[in-house]
Ligand binder design. Structure first.
Ligand code: SF4
Length: 213
């Protein structure tokens, strides 16, 4: 069985191979404040970043801060975010977050995992996204792609996202955590797809124990 040293070496190779392929500009959610990032992250569930960016271009002109989301009827907010899908749940989460941030945190998105997790609809994945991108706090985001790729790449034996997060943290330096999870997400969307991984076209196949070439 492969030891931790072997896994670390492979994780490093995988990082270095994927990093130049997925440029930050091409792939990132657009935002100009921690609250906008929180809203964009909520909208990105089951939706492409491209679509989210199309919607938030107008949304963030209309809603400048958390208070603005509380001023309109929820049906209006639902309409504004409708193209991102699951808009009723997402509108409820955004409103709940806006309310809690205004009431409990003086209108500012909190910058700790513990406090972020008190916001309605915010789990570790969203909290890690916000902490990493808005506050530069390192963290591994374990979404459905990271979960699948970590397993296929033999970087974890676990299926529980919190345990996968711990396993991946051991393999790379802190400063690479956030970027590594982003790279796995992009690679999962483009190449290592859920139903049919495109192994013959995969840049990291030589470090992947599941490669079907
Ligand atoms: S070789 Fe196949 S299974 Fe492994 S990461 Fe690439 S696409 Fe996924």
């Amino acid at each position: 069985m492969e030891d931790i040293k072997g896994k670390k070496q492979r994780a490093k190779k995988i990082f270095e191979a994927l990093d130049p392929i997925y440029t930050r500009e091409k792939t990132a959610l657009k935002y100009s404040s921690p609250f906008e990032l929180l809203v964009a992250t909520i909208l990105s569930a089951q939706c492409t970043d491209k679509r989210v960016n199309q919607v938030t271009r107008e949304l963030f002109k209309k809603y400048k801060g958390p208070e603005d989301y509380l001023k309109v009827p929820i049906e209006e907010l639902e309409e504004d975010i409708r193209p991102t899908g699951f808009y009723k749940n997402k509108a409820r989460s955004i409103r709940g977050c806006a309310q809690a941030i205004v009431q409990d945190f003086g209108g500012k998105v909190p910058d700790s995992m513990e406090k972020l997790l008190t916001l309605p609809g915010v789990g570790r994945k969203t909290a890690n996204c916000v902490l990493g991108a808005a506050f530069d706090v390192p963290g591994i985001v374990v979404d459905t792609h990271v979960k699948r790729l970590a397993k296929r790449l033999g970087l974890t034996e676990n299926t529980d996202p919190d345990k996968i997060e711990r396993d991946l943290e051991k393999l790379l330096p802190k400063k690479r955590w956030r970027r590594f999870s982003d790279l796995l997400i992009y690679h999962g969307r483009d190449v290592c797809k859920a139903r049919k991984p495109l192994c013959p076209d995969c840049t990291i196949s030589k470090w992947c124990p599941s490669a079907a070439l």
